[in-house]
Ligand binder design. Structure first.
Ligand code: DQA
Length: 143
């Protein structure tokens, strides 16, 4: 089962960001934890600071992957273009956030991308990704 894990802007700099919000792991460490925890998955990891690249990755995802875990980062709060791309993407999609976006500044309380995903996991730091992968595993194995 091939899973795409797509991360948006500034998530390449996790070690420099507030560990109280984002945890202590780098993105590479989170990716390693996913690989170690879900040997049944073949993960592809992509991080981009560019909205266009994220949209292209979503547009191509259903041709090659069984599931998508996406952290659109700040784009979650305002990118209707990423939302539209997600809506067109037919594989199961789960949105994740390291921090609890509902407990932060008002502009982060809304995700315009969440409604076109199966669900959102927010606030569990790196475990948000692990919970999303576990959910995809349950869903895809049931098929
Ligand atoms: C984030 C939350 C966003 O508000 C923020 O812009 C990010 C990361 C998270 O994972 O908690 O860059 O998506």
């Amino acid at each position: 089962m091939k899973i795409l894990v797509l991360n948006g802007p500034n998530l390449n700099l996790l070690k420099k960001r507030d560990p109280g919000q984002y945890g202590k792991m780098s993105l590479e460490e989170i990716e390693q934890k996913l690989v170690a925890s879900f040997p049944e998955f073949l993960f592809t990891f992509k991080q981009s600071n560019s909205e266009a690249e994220i949209i292209e990755a979503i547009q191509n995802a259903s041709a090659s992957f069984s599931g998508l875990i996406i952290n659109p980062a700040a784009y979650s709060h305002y990118s209707f273009a990423i939302r539209d791309a997600l809506e067109l993407c037919s594989i199961p999609k789960i949105e994740v956030h390291l921090s609890n976006i509902f407990a932060r500044e008002e502009f982060r309380n809304v995700s315009v991308t969440a409604a076109v995903c199966l669900g959102v996991i927010s606030g569990l730091k790196e475990n948000s990704y692990l919970a999303a992968a576990y959910t995809l595993k349950c869903m895809l194995e049931r098929k």
